[in-house]
Design a protein around this ligand. Sequence first.
Ligand code: ACO
Length: 320
Amino acid sequence: MFNAKITGTGSYLPKKIVTNKDFESILDTSDEWIYARTGIKQRHVIADHESTSSMAEIAANNALQAAGVDASEIDLIIVGTSSPDRVFPSTACILQHKLGAKGGAAFDVQAACSGFIYALGIANQFIKAGGAKKALVIGAEANSRILDYSDRNTCVIFGDGAGAVVLEASEELGVLSTHMHSDGQYQDLLYVNNPIKDQKQEGDQAFMTMHGNDVYKVAVKTLSRIVDETLEANNMLKSDVDWLIPHQANIRIISSVAKKLSMPMEKVVLTIENQGNTSAASVPLALDQAVRDGRVKKGEIVLMEAFGGGFVWGSALVKM
Ligand code: ACO
């Protein structure tokens, strides 16, 4: 049986930046409030001509280049997204065509902010079971397309972007374990309405609704539990983890998970200040940044975790 190894990472952020100050002129909010409550200073927002698949394409090509793999060798593409180009076909199918990959399986995973962790977990199982040899695993979100810019509870928090990894069958250790959970009783605390079914009149859009404070409380409790679960499953100690790469939802949630791991904040990869919450894209965006700036090195142990609407949550422990 093969292991699944991350052999390349890539990412993309749109050029346009919206700062907290920019919101002050359109909303009853302030740079101070947003930064103090979330740790966010700015976020990237896609241009009209861009899409989830166009961001994913650039991130994927960067990851392929880093891995030294040609798109034609890819036999599995999984995109974690909750803001797909279309209801169907999947963004993964659209991406497959853009990359010039052909014939392999391609599908999306809809697990809100945990989309990348879920996609990584599924790709890991595919590779271990012999169902794929070279996979592209992506988190990509055009959150700005599902935000109500008159709702200060949601629009200041989210940003757009994409991150990707190439996952290859290998005899070396790679993904050590992945853990995925969900609890649908919380569905009304964080959701996007159905753009087809809920459309009252032509032009009505699908928007995100979030009861942030309730989400916050469950997220802190749940993420602490999954850290224990992941370490126990691998018979590892907190001190065995070199890097924490968390979903970038809120600096206060991230700090409490780091505390649980007794991990100094220098060992936590943070992108939230400059990128906001990019939902399924945030973990692979942070991973790519830390790999490219030389922080995360080959052989190190990385713990990734995420929590999002559903609720869905998950983690992955990876030897790089
Ligand atoms: N500017 C100013 N005031 C605001 C803003 C804003 N942008 N947004 C809300 N407020 C107000 C509220 O209206 C409320 O006012 P009130 O007391 O008069 O009613 C007050 O600030 C406090 O609101 P809370 O929601 O209690 O603020 P909180 O400290 O909880 O911070 C936040 C809100 C940042 C959203 C936080 O709850 C959070 O990060 N939650 C978790 C988000 C998360 O993890 N989501 C999961 C991943 S996302 C996904 O899956 C798509």
